[in-house]
Design a protein around this ligand. Structure first.
Ligand code: ASP
Ligand code: MG
Length: 392
């Protein structure tokens, strides 16, 4: 059987009428004879609301209980969607992550999928049922409910596509696929019909919200065909693939308005203990850089803001390290073979200087040149770099 995995984000199923609309289009699609597995997020901003209520009853909620709470959001959407599908004359069944056989490691609130035992899903597909799966969650080896971190439903969908040997993963969003810059902020954003996995990974790593970066990473690793689309009405869409070409080219500009820029100065022996501690906390360090001179280490990296508590812990545990935390913004130009070219770096510096935009740090990855800068400079920097670098 040809299997398709679809994923609907919180905004696509934000209201009851949205759920009814999505159910209709799923049933229509099912009539074409494909096996359908549908991964859902929590409706609209319900995860944020649940999270807020957790902090209303506890200043530091237990992570296990946070996972119990937050997985309820997806459970609501999966059950409602399944009911709405039955109402439209097709058979459906909803499963939690645990019922779907999504086995994760033990890390509450930021678990990773280690295995998927999809036999229950397959049995239901064989009965011609549409299987609805709650995104963003799984179960650990000791039968605890875990979540995959914010935005994790995309990762559920891609991992399931892989485990089921499905033909492709279709991710339905409130935007029409991928653009050269955030289309919600800029009218001159250009739509991209296709994009390379690695460039898309960097875009999302540096803030583009179109899909979760971990999902792109899994898709790239297993060559999962992935379609990003606004869905219900057939509109513009973006196919993600491994096509690449020789030569240097900028593809997009992405940004994040708030990140934490961490600088730690310390003696080398302290450095090793700090690294160990960050590892225990499973802190996701971004673009770490280490300078060692004599016995003195300067260690810099950036973090997503929700990891602020990890740094607090480090500060408490290592009073003789000098730790500064700054809230900055980040803007990245993404593309092929751009980072090693000094002319590109120079062009970016010149443009920022010309426009009076201050910046703190410029770094590179294989697919990006990124700039850390004061938060209020993000918009000016991204629109200027987009005009400068992205050619039609
Ligand atoms: N509902 C979760 C969140 O808001 C997971 C997801 O939507 O992907 O982060
Ligand atoms: Mg999401």
């Amino acid at each position: 059987m040809r299997i398709i995995v679809q994923k609907y984000g919180g905004k696509s199923i934000g209201t009851i009428p949205d759920i009814k609309k999505v159910a209709k289009s799923i049933v229509k699609r099912h009539k074409s004879g494909e096996g359908l597995v549908v991964v859902v997020s929590a409706m609209a901003d319900s995860t944020d609301k649940l999270l807020k209520s957790a902090y209303m009853v506890a200043s530091k909620p237990r992570e296990r209980e946070l996972d119990m709470l937050l997985t309820a959001g997806e459970r609501i959407s999966m059950a409602l969607l399944s009911m709405a599908i039955w109402e439209n004359g097709a058979c459906a069944i909803s499963f939690t992550g645990s019922q779907s056989g999504i086995i994760t490691d033990y890390n509450h609130t930021r678990a990773r999928i280690v295995e998927i035992r999809a036999n229950r899903i397959i049995e239901e597909l064989q009965k011609n049922r549409i299987v609805i799966v709650a995104g963003f969650q799984g179960v650990s080896g000791n039968r605890e409910i875990t979540t995959l971190g914010r935005g994790g439903s995309d990762t559920t969908a891609v991992a399931l596509t892989c485990a089921l040997g499905a033909e492709r993963c279709e991710i339905y969003k409130d935007v029409e696929g991928v653009f050269t810059i955030d289309p919600k902020k800029y009218d001159n954003a250009k739509h991209l019909d296709e994009i390379n996995y690695e460039v898309l990974f960097d875009m999302t790593y540096f803030g583009a919200m179109v899909v979760h970066s971990r999902a792109v990473e899994v898709a790239r690793r297993h060559d999962v065909p992935m379609l990003l689309t606004s869905g219900i009405e057939k509109g513009k869409e973006t196919m993600v693939n491994s096509k690449t070409f020789e030569g240097s080219k900028f593809v997009s500009v992405s940004s994040k308005e708030r990140v934490l820029w961490i600088t730690i100065r310390m003696k080398e022996y302290v450095f090793h203990s700090i690294l160990k501690e960050l590892d225990v906390l499973r802190t996701d360090l971004r673009n770490p850089s280490v300078n060692i001179e004599n016995d003195e280490v300067k260690f810099t990296f950036w973090l997503l803001p929700d990891l602020k508590d990890d740094i607090k812990t480090i500060k408490e545990k290592f009073p003789n390290a000098e730790i500064t935390v700054e809230e900055l913004g980040i803007v990245a130009a993404n593309g092929f073979a751009i980072a090693g070219r000094t002319e590109n770096i120079e062009m970016i510096i010149n443009r920022l200087r010309d426009k009076g935009i201050h910046f703190r740090y410029i770094g590179t990855t294989n697919r990006s040149i990124f700039v850390l800068l004061p938060r209020e400079e993000v918009s000016a920097a991204e629109s200027n770099l987009h005009t400068l670098l992205i050619k039609a």
